[in-house]
Design a binder for this molecule. Sequence first.
Ligand code: ATP
Ligand code: MG
Length: 230
Amino acid sequence: KIKIGQGKIEFKRISFAYKGKNKILKEVSFVIEPGQKVAIVGKSGSGKSTLAKLLFRFYDVDSGEILIDGQNIQTLNQHSVQSVIGVVPQDTVMFNESIYYNIAYGKQDTNQHEVEKVAKLSFIDTFINKLPQGYDTLVGERGLKLSGGEKQRLAIARVLLKNPPILIFDEATSALDSYSEKMVQKSLKILSSKHTILVIAHRLSTIIDSNKIIVLGDGKVQESGTHAKL
Ligand code: ATP
Ligand code: MG
């Protein structure tokens, strides 16, 4: 059973290839201290999302160790690793159900009060409250009735309901409207005081206020440091 303290993350010489393919990560090492917000940047296809999936134990590493609070995640069961990590994916899956359903998805016991609380924290509550049917509004097939930014904020709300010590935020590649972008940044900032955050960044605004930036390229950490230093 996993005993999670504050959510320190260590990648120790991680190598990984998808079955039958070339290595994507070659001895990648880095540390994220508890409560830090660390940004991963790199070209499309450099392995950023793959790295996040390895931390979530969606795939197992070929060699090296990933430690959470000093525990090798290979020695823990997949379910308990996943219970301490919340993922906001690059493209969030939405169901053609109500907004309430989509925020509460994956959480067994919740209620209106809790759902509204996380909606506030992800700055999506104002949008929802303006809708004639509020939390009962259907989002459409795959969330088609929502903008990319609204979807992303709903995805943040969904993860917050779970409230795990570690958050992985795989920033949307597609452009968000400027209001959404601001609000996503704002909620990330609030969250970073209580969570360890690994953010896969596509925007300068996300990168600037990170504690550390890791540049991934050719399967390796090319550079790492603060924005000022790089
Ligand atoms: P982007 O910035 O476009 O999101 P990324 O850095 O997140 O890119 P990854 O999604 O980690 O890149 O993919 C890294 C490489 O692995 C790519 O060449 C991709 O085609 C390949 N890849 C990703 N997922 C799989 C998979 N399930 N099976 C095989 N190859 C995959
Ligand atoms: Mg990606």
